[in-house]
Ligand binder design. Structure first.
Ligand SMILES: C[S@@+](CC[C@H](N)C(=O)[O-])C[C@H]1O[C@@H](n2cnc3c(N)ncnc32)[C@H](O)[C@@H]1O
Ligand code: SF4
Ligand code: SF4
Length: 388
């Protein structure tokens, strides 16, 4: 059986290898179609918080060398049935693994709705069992410049000292050789695309006539994406706009997104949503990184998404050790119970909501293992204090 979950990801049952007529599957399409450059120049086949390690660095290799280098090919081999994908993929953070999604390769086509484009040459490679690609990535993501107009309380970018633009210039230059085949450019997973001169200029001067197949996924805090900026971007094909909001109220927003102004964001959103309704933006997403400061506003955020009429409102847990804000790794039980209660609210089942990255907290009831984690964290805290 094949079906779509509410993220639009193609979903199927795990292949039953003992049945000779079972559907042929791969664990994931991304290693065959996505190349992401991360904040230290390291390349991954998807979001770096889902992936263990990396597949090379643009500091010492070109993007072309990395794309078909031994690590990328070993990863692709691991995606086929019987492959050792566990060596590469983080089962605690990757939604594909958390939700046990397998991709039935003979049942999908370029028309299949998915979060990333599927093309016929891509399918031909996978159906032939290839690990070396004679085509380039379908999506290139850039997450390698921390410069930003905000200083959000949970964001690693605010602590990254590499702010001279060397990596982003290298990545933008390296991407050119792939350009005619790239269907979507995703910017920026780290830093703010409209605050960094190089990425802003890249968008403003992108030659859409020479690359009519290339569209953009813009991930932004939305503050600098004003009507004036939109006008300058009118030559671009905007496939997806993702606006990170992280709150349902002005008070919480301005506590988390330091430097952001709720009224400005809402004005820009209103303008951009009107462009979405006109069909100038294919998908309009809003996101909430759930942490202590905003965990009571999950349901209100979903209701706000409904009121605004977005394509998708998605939720992800905070990642990394952010002391008080890190309620998941530290098993803050009162917070996790409140989260679980909100995730079980009927609105969370609506098709415009994606809580797939939060699914392990939906039916949370504390177990002995959770109390052991709490005890370990407390012990670590005491040790740290004593060592000062
Ligand atoms: C780093 S930002 C870069 C794009 C843009 N500046 C923005 O805020 O949307 C990309 C996403 O990472 C999320 N993020 C930041 N710090 C995080 C953390 N510690 N754990 C999980 N997500 C985080 C943000 O909320 C945002 O949705
Ligand atoms: S970490 Fe997840 S998205 Fe990345 S390659 Fe593995 S299964 Fe695919
Ligand atoms: S706006 Fe984005 S990049 Fe900037 S500090 Fe916030 S989360 Fe980080």
């Amino acid at each position: 059986m094949i079906f779509f979950n509410n993220t639009g990801i193609l979903n199927s049952h795990k292949p039953d290898e003992s049945n000779p007529s079972h559907l042929r599957c791969v664990r994931c399409l991304n290693p065959f179609r996505w190349l992401e450059v991360n904040n230290d120049g390291q390349v991954t086949p998807c979001c770096n918080t889902w992936f263990k390690g990396h597949l090379g660095s643009i500091r010492d290799q070109s993007l072309e060398e990395i794309w078909n280098g031994p690590p990328f090919r070993a990863l692709r081999k691991a995606m086929y049935e019987g492959g050792e994908w566990e060596k590469f993929c983080n089962k605690e953070t990757c939604p594909q693994i958390i939700n046990d999604i397998w991709v039935p390769i003979d049942q999908i086509s370029p028309e299949t709705h998915d979060l990333l484009p599927i093309t016929q040459p891509l399918l031909d490679h996978i159906r032939a069992g290839k690990t070396e690609m004679s085509i380039g990535p379908v999506q290139i993501g850039l997450s390698c410049d921390p410069r930003c107009n905000l200083r959000c309380i949970m964001c690693f970018a605010t602590h990254n000292p590499n702010r001279d633009g060397t990596l982003i210039r290298k990545a933008l230059h390296g991407m050119e050789s792939f350009l005619p085949g790239v269907k979507r450019i995703k910017m920026l997973g780290d830093g703010e695309v409209f605050a960094i001169p190089e990425t802003r200029d890249f968008l403003l001067s992108f030659d859409s006539k020479s690359y009519p197949e290339t569209s953009f996924l813009i991930h932004t805090n939305g503050i600098l994406l004003t009507p004036g900026m939109w006008k300058k971007l009118s030559h671009l094909k905007i496939d997806t706009l993702v606006i990170s909001i992280d709150a349902a109220t002005k008070e919480t927003y301005e506590k988390i997104r330091i430097g952001g102004k709720w009224e400005i964001l809402m004005q820009n959103m209103e303008f951009l949503l009107a462009r979405y309704r006109e069909g100038l933006i294919r998908e309009f997403l809003i996101s909430m990184t759930v942490m202590k400061a905003n965990h009571r506003e999950i349901r209100a955020f979903a209701e706000m998404g409904k009121r605004l009429g977005v394509t998708l409102a998605f939720f992800s847990p905070i990642y990394g050790d952010w002391a008080r804000e890190q309620i998941f790794d530290r098993r803050d039980i009162p917070c996790l119970k409140r989260i679980s209660e909100q995730l079980r609210h009927p609105i969370m089942k609506e098709s415009f909501i994606d809580t797939s990255a939060m699914s392990m907290w939906r039916d949370f009831t504390p177990s002995l293992a959770d109390y052991k984690i709490i005890a370990r964290c407390a012990l670590r805290g005491i040790k740290n204090r004593l060592s000062f």
